[in-house]
Design a protein around this ligand. Structure first.
Ligand code: NAD
Ligand code: UDP
Length: 319
C-alpha cells in the first residue's frame, strides 16, 4: 500500500513509518514539526519508499498520486503546561489538528477510496467513573476544562470519522491509545516517562504531581504499533482500545524507575491542580483487541522501561 501518515515526525508517527516500511509499504510522511522532530525521520532520508511533505493538516491537503491508506496521528499529545509542547500551551493548534486535520485527512481518504485510521485516545474517557475502561463507556470529560482542547477535539474526530464511515461507507478505524512510551519521546514534552527517566539519570528527585495515587497503564511502543497495524488491516470500524492493562500508581512507577536506575534522590511532591482534571485512574479493558485483532502486549512495564532508558541516556549525553 501507499500510506499517508500525518504526525510522521512525532514519537508514534515515526515508529509507525518504520514498521510500515519494514512490511514493504510505501510511506508519505506529513508533519509541521509543531511538537515533532525531523531527527525522528533522519534515518529514512535515503529510503526510496519514503517521502515527506511539510504541511499543517489544518489546511487543505494535496497528495499527488493514489493513496491506499491514511493514518491521522498529527496532534500535540502532552498535557503538561510546564512544557512549551504541552497542548494547553497550543490550545487552538490542538483543536485544529483534531477537528480540521481530521476532516482534511478524511477528505484525502475519501478522494482515494482509501482505508483510514484515526489515532484517538483514552482521554476521550475523561476522568473515568468506570474502571477499567471499555470501549462502550461514554466518558466523563469536562467540555470546557483545560484538557478539553485535546479531549473534545478527539471526541469530535471520532464522531467525524464515524460520520464518514456511515455517510460515505469509508473503511475507517479508530484506535483509542492508552499511555505509550519508548525511544523518540521528546525529552522536554513534560510527559511522565521522559520526565522521570531523565530526572533519575541526572540523580534528581522525581516530581510527583499530587500524592502519586493516580494510576496509569503504560504500553511499550512496539506493542502499540503491532496492535495499530493489525487494526489497519482489519474490517473493524468501532473504536478499539490498545494499551497495556498493567496498572500502576504514579508513586509506584517513580519508585520502580529509581530502583532500575539506582537513583537515591527519591521523589518530591508538587501541587496537582496545574494539570486540570488529571484522570485519577486509567486502565484499558483490551478484550476487544484480544478478540478481534488477536493482539495483546508482550512487554512488561519493567522490560519496556529498561528498553527505553538507553535512548534517554544517549540523548542526555548529546544535549
Ligand atoms: P508527538 O507530539 O510526538 O507527535 C505528534 C506529531 O504531530 C508531531 O510530529 C507534530 O509536529 C505533528 N503535528 C501536530 N499538529 C500538526 C499539524 N497541524 N499538522 C501537521 N503535523 C502536526 O505525539 P505522539 O505521542 O507521537 O502522539 C501521536 C498521536 O497519538 C497523537 O494524535 C496523540 O493524540 C495520539 N496519542 C498518543 C498517546 C501516547 O501515549 N503517546 C496516547 C494517546 C493518543
Ligand atoms: N506526572 C507526574 N510527574 C511528572 C509528569 C507527570 O507525577 O513529572 C503525572 C501526571 O500528573 C499524570 C501522570 O503522571 O497523573 C501521567 O502524566 P502524562 O503527562 O504522562 O500523561 P497523561 O496520562 O496525564 O495524559
Amino acid at each position: 500500500m501507499r500510506i499517508l501518515i500525518s504526525g510522521a515526525a512525532g514519537f508514534l508517527g515515526s515508529h509507525l513509518c518504520d514498521r510500515l516500511l519494514k512490511e514493504g509499504h510505501s510511506v508519505i510522511g506529513m508533519d509541521n514539526f509543531i511538537t515533532g522532530n525531523p531527527e525522528n525521520l533522519a534515518h529514512l532520508a535515503n529510503n526510496q519508499n519514503f517521502s515527506f511533505i511539510r504541511h499543517d493538516v489544518a489546511n487543505f491537503i494535496f497528495v499527488p498520486g493514489k493513496v491506499d491508506a491514511v493514518m491521522h496521528f498529527a496532534s500535540p499529545a502532552s498535557p503538561n503546561p510546564a512544557s512549551p509542547y504541552g497542548y494547553t500551551n497550543l490550545p487552538i493548534q490542538t483543536m485544529k489538528a483534531g477537528a480540521l486535520g481530521t476532516h482534511n485527512t478524511l477528505g484525502v481518504a475519501r478522494a482515494n477510496d482509501a482505508r483510514y485510521l484515526l489515532a484517538s485516545t483514552s482521554e476521550i474517557y475523561g476522568d473515568p467513573l468506570e474502571h477499567p475502561q471499555k470501549e462502550t463507556y461514554w466518558g466523563h470529560a469536562d467540555p470546557i476544562g483545560v484538557r478539553s482542547v485535546y479531549d473534545e477535539a478527539k471526541r469530535f474526530a471520532e464522531a467525524m470519522t464515524m460520520a464518514y464511515h456511515r455517510a460515505h461507507g469509508l473503511n475507517t478505524h479508530i484506535v483509542r491509545i492508552f499511555n505509550t512510551y519508548g525511544p523518540r519521546m521528546r525529552l522536554d514534552d513534560g510527559r511522565v516517562v521522559p520526565n522521570f527517566i531523565q530526572q533519575a539519570l541526572r540523580g534528581e528527585p522525581l516530581t510527583i504531581f499530587g500524592d502519586g495515587s493516580q494510576t496509569r497503564s503504560f504500553c511499550y511502543v512496539s506493542d502499540l504499533i503491532e496492535g495499530i497495524y493489525r487494526l489497519l488491516l482489519s474490517e473493524e470500524h468501532s473504536p478499539v482500545n490498545i494499551g497495556n492493562p498493567q496498572e500502576t500508581s504514579i508513586l509506584e512507577f517513580a519508585r520502580m524507575i529509581n530502583r532500575i536506575i539506582q537513583n537515591p534522590a527519591d521523589v518530591v511532591f508538587r501541587p496537582a491542580k496545574r494539570l486540570g482534571d488529571d484522570p485519577q485512574r486509567r486502565q484499558p479493558d483490551i478484550t476487544r483487541a484480544k478478540t478481534i485483532l488477536k493482539w495483546e502486549p508482550k512487554f512488561s512495564l519493567e522490560e519496556g522501561i529498561r528498553a527505553t532508558i538507553p535512548y534517554f541516556r544517549q540523548k542526555l549525553e548529546l544535549d
